[in-house]
Design a protein. Sequence first.
Length: 187
Amino acid sequence: MNLHKMIALVLSPVTISLIASLGTYVLDPNPLNLLLSIVLVTFCPIISVLRKSITGEIDILVPDRPSRGPFFIQAIYCYFLASAIFIILGGKLWAMLSLSYAMVTTVVAYVNHKYTKVSVHMAGLAGPATFLIYINSSWLGYMLFAFVPLLAWSRWKSGSHSIAQIALGILVSILVTLAICVLLSSI
């Protein structure tokens, strides 16, 4: 395994969503919400990717733009389902986290479908980092942001994304996450 793939796997959206769930748990230590987040925000969105990767149908990093659509739909469904459950359970921070994931993924899927590939890795790092900083200026969020240059360099050097696609992933995730956090904080 080369260095760039290793960095992409270590700093994958799956890893970061697990960290974001644990960071949210620190502020709202509800074991049921943590379990639901791990299942619906971390693992369920990637079940099809894992299955197809194991059978050799796709690369685990899903580099082919046209093949990303069904995976985006599955992830969006899982994130919205998690959001609805957290709203019903009264888990405001958890709802904020999962709705941020849902909306960022929806925007990324739209841009991917209509215009260009967007770095899901960058969105999956910058969005949760923004969320963690927003909810309590978490050192964890700042630590995640510290990895943005390394991951951006790796995604660019590996040829996975152009600088514009990397920047788009970062900007979309930060802006959409902030919008969701501000909107839900006022409710």
